[in-house]
Design a protein around this ligand. Structure first.
Ligand SMILES: [Zn+2]
Length: 464
């Protein structure tokens, strides 16, 4: 159980958090403080004054600052308290907004960056009590666990809790539905678009994605939008448990980049979240979790009527240009694992490569099944497999899902194009019969020319 008590003092906002859990028969348990998430480290620096409340309980340090030992009376309840603070000053930019944000007007946190928890099995079902001791007047609160109430009991697991979103403050909250399933949209800041325009767009994309997976099993979903102080044009987001958080620079318009971001981030609800735990180190699976998500973000926008086929073709051409111009295009997966967080070109590579492999596999499945199956069937089969037998999402699991539809083992593809970094050639029929890949031959002067798709002028009705 967590009890949250907001403290507004001297124009600053902090959060007192009590953690209650049942002590075990052994009389001790490891306690984990937030440590690392995405590009953030030493998240435990946001945790202050951690101390026991229950009698006979004490805390011991270990060699790791993020791990403590809790000694307690066997089989008795354990109660601890800490204060969460925002430990950074300055602008809300990419380097800061993934840490806990606690400003005088609002807060935004993700489980992994602010919750202290006993070290238990991350996947074990967990019934968790969430309580707010008080709510500042006029504040809106929302989280990954459905409509807000001051006291709630939620069904989750530690893993889902780590990825859950908590927001509060001067957000404007819109309540929508997709086929009776609630979706909350929480927005703060002023934008060139209205709140309703944003919510309409997000719902349209989300609905198309749920149709793609034939899955509307989302008892709740939360979308948050906060303005950052990044330079104009910067936008980012992160897909979380039944939620997604968008970080937009002021002046962001409801245009292609934002549509792509929404489509991409909300697809993560399936890939990888519903498909299984990403094999570790997870960077080695980004070709699938990020690359295939990138491929489907485009697909979804076309299917939702938010991108024309000409725009789609241009977007694929941009992808081809980025891939062939990448200084690390032939890097193997081992190098991606090592350099992902320190090298921008390396960070982009799994997206590009995965996206191109998805295009190829989709075209091959369409061809070998004479149009009866597509990569969509692979995605639905991965979802069905994960429901039947939850587990680790690794290359073998992906390969097993692709094989029945493509009619061959694709592990050699993964070995060549992903693990070794062999240059991936795009199939000429990757965009169907509406676009040709040109040029397919090297130029006479020996210079490398970039493959690009050209729309066939005579063809109409080129929906994917
Ligand atoms: Zn992503």
């Amino acid at each position: 159980m967590y009890i949250f008590a907001p403290v507004l003092q001297d124009n600053a906002f902090t959060l007192d958090i009590e953690l209650h859990f049942a002590g075990n028969a052994g009389g001790w348990v490891e306690l984990e403080l937030p440590s690392r998430w995405a590009n953030q480290e030493r998240l435990y620096e946001n945790i202050r004054d951690l101390r026991p409340l229950s009698a006979g309980t004490r805390l011991e340090d270990t060699a790791k600052p993020s791990i403590k030992i809790v000694r307690h009376i066997p089989n008795r309840p354990v109660q601890l308290r800490y204060r969460l603070v925002q430990n950074w000053k300055g602008e809300l930019i990419q380097n800061t907004y993934l840490r806990p944000i606690l400003q005088k007007d609002y807060f935004q946190m993700v489980g992994v960056n602010f919750l202290v928890h006993p070290v238990w099995d991350n996947d074990k079902p967990l019934t968790l009590q969430l309580e707010w001791a008080s709510v500042p007047t006029g504040w809106t609160l929302a989280d990954s666990f459905g409509r807000f109430a001051a006291v709630r009991s939620v069904q989750t697991s530690l893993r889902k809790l780590f990825e859950s979103l908590f927001i509060g403050g001067d957000f404007r909250l819109l309540q929508r539905r997709i086929d009776s399933q609630p979706v909350e949209v929480a927005i703060r800041g002023r934008w060139p678009f209205s709140d309703d325009q944003f919510a309409d767009l997000a719902i349209r994309i989300l609905k198309t994605e749920r149709q793609l997976f034939k899955d509307n099993d989302f008892p709740q979903y939360l979308i948050s939008v906060i303005p950052t102080e990044d330079k104009p044009g910067s936008l980012a987001g992160t897909g979380l448990t039944n939620a997604f958080a968008a970080y937009l620079a002021p002046g962001t318009k409801l245009e292609a980049d934002l549509k792509q971001l929404l489509a991409h981030e909300m697809l993560h609800a399936w890939n990888p979240q519903k498909f299984g735990r990403l094999a570790q180190p997870e960077e080695s699976m980004y070709w699938f979790s990020e690359g295939f998500t990138d491929y489907y973000a485009r697909e979804v926008l076309v299917r939702a009527g938010l991108m024309s086929f000409a725009e789609y073709t241009e977007s694929v051409n941009r992808l081809l240009r980025d891939y062939f111009a990448s200084p690390v295009r032939d890097a193997g997966n081992a190098r991606i694992r090592k350099e992902f967080w320190s090298n921008t070109a390396m960070q982009k590579l799994p997206y590009l490569r995965g996206s191109l492999l998805a295009l190829n596999w989709n075209a091959e499945i369409l061809q070998s099944s004479r149009g009866r199956s597509s990569l969509d069937d692979v995605m639905r089969s991965l979802l069905a497999a994960a429901r039947q037998q939850p587990g680790v999402l690794d290359s073998q699991r992906v390969s097993r899902a692709v094989e029945p539809f493509i009619g061959r083992d694709v592990m050699p593809d993964i070995g060549r194009f992903i693990e070794s970094g062999t240059i991936l050639k795009t199939r000429t029929d990757a965009l169907g019969s509406c676009a040709d890949l040109e040029p397919t031959e090297p130029k006479a002067d020996g210079k490398q020319t970039l493959p690009q798709f050209h729309l066939r002028s005579a063809v109409s009705d080129c929906r994917r």
